[in-house]
Write a protein that binds this ligand. Sequence first.
Ligand SMILES: Nc1ncnc2c1ncn2[C@@H]1O[C@H](COP(=O)(O)OP(=O)(O)OP(=O)(O)O)[C@@H](O)[C@H]1O
Length: 287
Amino acid sequence: MNKLVLDTQKRRVNRQYTQNDHTLIQQGGYISPIPSLWEDILIGVVLQKPILLKGPSGSGKTKLAQSISAYFQQPMQSINCSVDLDAESMLGFKTIIAKEGNTHIEFVEGPVVQAMKNGHILYIDEINMAKPETLPILHSVLDHRRMLTNPFTGEVIHAHEDFTVIAAINEGYVGTSPMNEALKNRFVTFSIPYLTGDQLEKVMTALYPSSTPQMVETFLHIHEDLKKQVLNGLLSEEAASVRSLLDALALAEHMPLERAITYAIAEKLEDKIERDLVMELVVTWVK
Ligand SMILES: Nc1ncnc2c1ncn2[C@@H]1O[C@H](COP(=O)(O)OP(=O)(O)OP(=O)(O)O)[C@@H](O)[C@H]1O
């Protein structure tokens, strides 16, 4: 079996053949749906490639970024993109400081500048929610130059060797726009699917240890049914969201299962036909 060996000090990568790659997969709480996915992403990080995580809402992209941060013991700075994101919220802003009767102007460093200087992870969530004209400022940060001329101070910043960029997108969601080619081209891209089967069971029992095995099994069956209907095109992808399923499991510890699924899964769907279909599927699993 393939085991990744990372020299995190010297940021070197090696692949060896041993028996226990799962120790890596578990680190930081993210469970990899495909064994090689976690390792391949770590290789990308060590090779200083900007990483783009592409997957539906609740598929574990943020958890994965947090797990990479835990694995490399590197703090993470985050940017949540929206149409209001501007250069100041990424790079920082000037402010007036009054001290002992004197005033002076100081630059408060934003997440990009801090992460570049200190070798942190920069997590850019929902990168396709930002206005396309906002992000080109990061092009030189994201390619081989790994540098930035701060337009507010004129400072030229060369990224620390451990500086890592991880971005996430939910493609095709309301409010998103396709990423422009020049930006997309700077990333290596990984599809992050929803967890299923044994791995999903591990997450459920780890987060909700007081759930009975029968309850967990029922939720796994319901999730399988929901996924089938997503594949058949009868339900939208978020019906199979792991986040929603976990929310439903948390509620089901305190209320009947149908109500838990209604609040955590069905009510989030826009279409009444989809909501009814979810509840029809659930009824077949309620004794
Ligand atoms: N592969 C996984 N391993 C561990 N936990 C997971 C995994 N997939 C989903 N989860 C759990 O599901 C929940 C949602 O995960 P997370 O917030 O990382 O999703 P996301 O893809 O970032 O969603 P969004 O795009 O909506 O921000 C968390 O509680 C997380 O622990």
